[in-house]
Each structure stands twice: as C-alpha cells, then as structure tokens.
Design a binder for this molecule. Sequence first.
Ligand code: IMP
Ligand code: MG
Length: 182
Amino acid sequence: MEEDIERVLISEDQLKQKVQEMGKAISEDYAGKSLILVGILKGSFVFMSDLCRSIPLPCTVDFMAVSSYANSTTSSGRVQILKDLSENITGRDILVVEDILDSGNTLYSLNQLLLARKPASLRLCTLLDKPDRRTREVHADYSGFSIPDVFVVGYGLDYGEQYRNLPYIGILKPEVYSSDNT
Ligand code: IMP
Ligand code: MG
C-alpha cells in the first residue's frame, strides 16, 4: 500500500491539529445549539470520527451515501443517493461533513436536496478543497486544507476503495491509476 504513495501531502500530526482547530471553530459558532453532523459516505468517515470528538456540544451524527465517482479519478458530474438520512432535518441545524470538495458537483446537488427539507441552517465542512477543479459554485463554511489538483488518498479517501485506512493524506503515484483499466 505504502509503495503506491508518491509522497505524504498532509501528515498525521497536521491532520490532528487542523481537525482540532475546526472542531473549536464549529463549537464556538454553534454554542447553545444542538446540531446534526451529516457525514457523506464513505470518504468522510475517518474525518467525521475525529471531528465529532473535537466538538463538545450536544449533537447527533447521521450519514448519507451518494455516488458520483465510481472507480474513476474524475467526476461523472452526477449524484445518486444510495443511502438517505435516518433523521428528519426540518428545522434543525445541519453541518454537512465531507472529505473533499473537488468539482463541487456532489455538494451542489446535495445542498439543493437538503435545503428542500427546510433545515433551520445548512453549512458545509470539508477537510480538503481543490479550488482549481471547481465547476460548480459551492461555498465551504469550514475548510481544512486547500490542495493542488492532485489525486490524494488516505484518512478516508480512496482510489478503487483502497487506501482509506492510511493515517495520512498521500499523493497516489499516477502509474497506479494510469495502469488501471477499470
Ligand atoms: P466532486 O463532486 O467533484 O466535488 O467530488 C467529490 C468527491 O469526489 C469526494 O467526496 C471524493 O469521494 C471524490 N474525490 C475527489 N477528489 C478526490 C481525490 O483526490 N481523492 C479521492 N477522492 C476524491
Ligand atoms: Mg471516493
């Protein structure tokens, strides 16, 4: 697994520190409220588990699964709901937790869908942002790291469902996906 990584882009320590900072900012902004953290599966599960433990507020955690990428490294531009929320979000404060904001297609469509359910508020928290690749205007209220247009894996992010368990964010060697015909 490690041999497929060109280099570490964001270390475990950097991730830990950033997630704590983000949790602190969120806790201050939502003080006195009770929020629902909505993680977008599967990529956000590691970030979510660390982030929720750095938010000492009453909150619930829910997940949604959407699909836009399959096994490819570029967006198909479509979003399909594979698993919906189990909670009703009408009148609630919602914070969407995402691993990476890339083209913006996923979060743009998701935003529309969630807004139609009339939450009291809807904000977005993303660990990574690739602003160079944006094709849809999506604003992240909380953003961890802005990164260049490189394909990264680890800390929840996958390529072909692999590498999610790497404890850091690494740049995948291009030959790993260029030699893959899936
Ligand atoms: P968007 O709809 O283009 O913004 O795509 C967002 C989704 O694409 C993320 O939730 C990831 O699952 C996936 N994605 C985008 N860039 C990367 C990457 O560099 N590594 C792994 N997954 C990525
Ligand atoms: Mg993915």
